[in-house]
Write a new protein. Structure first.
Length: 239
């Protein structure tokens, strides 16, 4: 993402007459500025469309053959706020689960849940992700599992940090973990598995923090590109 914005910024400066000392004509300068403005307009529309169409916080609850998928402000979300998904209902043999996923703050992702099982339930797997939270490496992440209560026979709570769909760190019961991200862009998600052999209750709070989850890079790129266009318009528009 950062390379894309820096490339566009450089291209904008070059089109406005900063291309290694080459001095274009006044007409070329104005033409370059207009081209850059058009490019920026197209990019803004594309980015807004991509974010609105794809970057939706999503909560997925699975137990046995039952899967419940709830998207931010979609069907089943009992919270009307942006970036927060709340599901309250049944999942398989789990008589009640009240699960909240929060994205886009600090921590980057957070899930807390209160769950009530009946009979001999299949494990309850809760996964929370937000496609907007693209993180750029090299970087580090920190994860925590707290406020864990287990009132299930043989009960366990296991928290997996998923990076690009694969487990990057695991916490059992409660505690914290850290990990590193390789170079490039990555998706991150939280996955918590609650299991037990009989009826009972469980609760937990899982968090995942990644410093600068991509937002600063995007804003910096927009600012640099806009600055380049503004500079061109001030310097080269005929008076």
């Amino acid at each position: 993402m950062a390379r894309l914005w820096l490339s566009l910024f450089s291209a904008g400066l070059m089109s406005c007459g900063f291309n290694l000392g080459i001095v274009p004509s006044q007409r070329d300068k104005v033409s370059g500025m207009k081209t850059m403005i058009k490019l920026m307009s197209v990019l803004v529309v594309f980015i807004l469309f991509a974010v609105s169409a794809y970057a939706i916080p999503t909560l997925v609850l699975n137990s046995g053959t039952t899967t419940v998928t709830v998207t931010d402000n979609g069907s089943g979300d009992s919270n009307g706020g942006s970036g927060t998904v709340v599901y309250s209902g049944t999942v398989g043999n789990w008589l009640l689960t009240i699960t909240t996923g929060v994205a886009g703050g600090n921590p980057t992702l957070e899930v807390n849940s209160q769950d009530v099982a009946g009979g001999s339930p299949d494990p309850l797997t809760i996964t929370f992700s937000d496609p907007a939270q693209l993180v750029t490496g090299p970087n580090n992440f920190g994860a925590g599992l707290s406020s864990t209560t287990i009132g299930l026979p043989g009960g366990t709570v296991t928290y997996n940090v998923l990076v690009d769909g694969s487990t990057a760190a695991t916490i059992s019961g409660s505690g914290s973990a850290t990990g590193s991200l390789s170079s490039g862009s990555h998706t991150v998600a939280e996955q918590v598995i609650v299991a037990g052999s009989g009826a009972g209750t469980a609760s937990f709070d899982a968090s995942l923090t990644v410093p600068d989850a991509g937002t600063t890079v995007v804003l910096l790129g927009v600012s640099l590109t806009a600055l380049g266009v503004f500079g061109c318009s001030r310097k080269f528009v005929p008076r």
